[in-house]
Design a protein around this ligand. Structure first.
Ligand code: NAP
Length: 286
């Protein structure tokens, strides 16, 4: 079994991005910029935002952090995002989710132009992915594809099973695997025989949100197992959707939690930001 080291790969990517961001600065006389908007006091969101800002520093990207209080109004949030949309120093905008309950996330996210949507969540970017056009792809599934690529794990002709169909993970993941010529099955809470579906997987991606849900009897010998889950076990310890200890005995490759997909998600956010900046300058200079 080979452990897929997302932490080390993400560090490699940040180093590559530093070279890329320096080249951008030299060519255009300004830094690549990412605006991060955090509204409220959610402790997990604060940790994610801190890690994203730290990632920016390591990749030579300028970060603009906007911390708004819990009682921020819909109009204030929308106005901030609209201002960032117009700011020439900001090439990517990230609104950390979830937002406080009184805010309508869709209306706030709708203020992010597709060109600055470095999370790849907007309809235009998801549509481009579905149509196999170039656009910005959601960071977590993009991170999975990058790991498969860097570990030379082939996808063409393989049976890939994605458990989970959320807009931010499962769906784009399935589209990316399909675009990479895998034969893709998407499973969800209404799937009739999940175990039988999972057992057919050469590549199994778990994006469910339930601790240690994928057990060894659901995994084929030699399968590649990708664990997107970020859950807490019965002792409050961080774990994934896969029962790592038992499943690792069967898998040919497996990602750990932590140290697997999590750091790759941030690395892909930084990569998407570099790409958005380069695209915007190329467009301007056309
Ligand atoms: P989500 O929106 O809650 O989606 C979960 C999916 O799992 C849904 O499609 C749901 O099916 C399916 N599901 C739930 N119970 C199931 C069952 N018993 N059998 C089969 N499918 C079932 O979650 P998400 O946002 O995609 O996130 C999934 C996990 O990834 C979470 O642990 C999250 O924390 C983690 N995550 C990690 C990163 C990272 O950077 N590492 C990024 C994003 C998310 P239905 O559609 O039928 O309800």
């Amino acid at each position: 079994m080979t452990l897929i080291d997302g932490k080390a790969t993400a560090a490699e990517i940040r180093a590559e991005l530093k070279t890329r961001s320096s080249a951008f600065e030299e060519k255009y006389g300004r830094k690549i910029g990412l605006a991060v908007v955090l509204i409220g006091e959610d402790p997990a969101s604060k940790v994610y935002v801190r890690n994203k800002i730290k990632g920016c520093e390591e990749a030579g990207i300028r970060s603009f952090a906007h911390y708004l209080p819990e009682n921020t109004s819909q109009t204030q949030a929308e106005e901030l995002v609209a201002t960032l949309a117009e700011d020439e120093n900001v090439h990517g905008i990230l609104v950390q989710l979830p937002l406080p309950k009184h805010l309508e996330a869709e209306r706030i996210l709708a203020k992010i132009p597709a060109a600055k949507d470095v999370d790849g969540f907007c309809a235009e970017n998801i549509g481009k992915l579905a149509l196999r056009e170039s656009g910005t792809v959601a960071c977590t599934p993009l991170g999975v594809m990058e790991l498969l690529k860097r570990y030379h794990i082939p996808t063409a002709g393989k049976n890939a099973v994605v458990v989970g169909r959320s807009n931010i993970v499962g769906r784009p993941m399935a589209l990316l695997l399909l675009n990479a010529d895998a034969t893709v099955t998407i499973c969800h809470s209404r799937t009739r025989d999940l175990k039988a579906e999972c057992l057919r997987a050469d590549i199994l991606v778990a994006a469910i949100g339930k601790p240690k849900f994928i057990t060894e009897d659901m995994v084929k010998d030699g399968a590649v197992v990708i664990d997107v889950g970020m859950d807490r076990d019965e002792n409050g310890k961080l774990c994934g959707d896969v029962d790592f200890e038992k499943v690792s005995g069967k898998a040919s490759y497996i990602t750990p939690v932590p140290g697997g997909i999590g750091p790759m998600t941030i690395a892909m956010l930084l990569s998407n930001t570099c790409e958005a900046a380069e695209r915007s300058m190329e467009k301007k200079n056309q």
